[in-house]
Ligand binder design. Structure first.
Ligand code: AMP
Ligand code: ZN
Length: 114
């Protein structure tokens, strides 16, 4: 999508601090980190929200999780622990409408159930 910030990052039109990349997924440091490790894992193809994922036609969620495992190892928080989160729509706190998984770690995280 032409006006989507994460599509622009995937295309290389906006720079990012790349952590991991494969054919389907890009992972980069969040620009406003909420923890010592805060990585955003995105599908390269534009999907607006979690509700737009067609689980019968795509295995992108599995690919996001596989990428998250690799990111956790790259950032050396696989053993200490981390949290993943996908915000969906307004009350879920979604601001960027290109599906993404947050991966947070590097410190003891607080109760997320705000
Ligand atoms: P969400 O609230 O789940 O939509 O999260 C969007 C996330 O994208 C926020 O944590 C932002 O800090 C992050 N973000 C926005 N623009 C950029 C960017 N150019 N590079 C890296 N992260 C970004
Ligand atoms: Zn997009």
């Amino acid at each position: 999508m032409s006006d989507c910030i994460f599509c622009k990052i995937v295309k290389g039109d906006i720079p990012c601090n790349k952590v991991y990349e494969d054919a389907d997924v890009l992972a980069f440091d969040d620009i406003h980190p909420m923890a010592p490790v805060h990585v955003v894992v995105v599908p390269k193809n534009h999907i607006s929200t979690l509700m737009e994922v067609d689980t019968e036609k795509t295995d992108i969620m599995n690919k996001l999780i596989a990428a998250a495992q690799k990111v956790a190892k790259i950032k050396k928080i696989d053993a200490s622990g981390f949290r993943t989160a996908i915000n969906c729509n307004a009350e879920g706190g979604q601001v960027v409408f290109h599906l993404h998984m947050h991966l947070l770690g590097g410190r003891k995280l607080q109760d997320p159930l705000g």
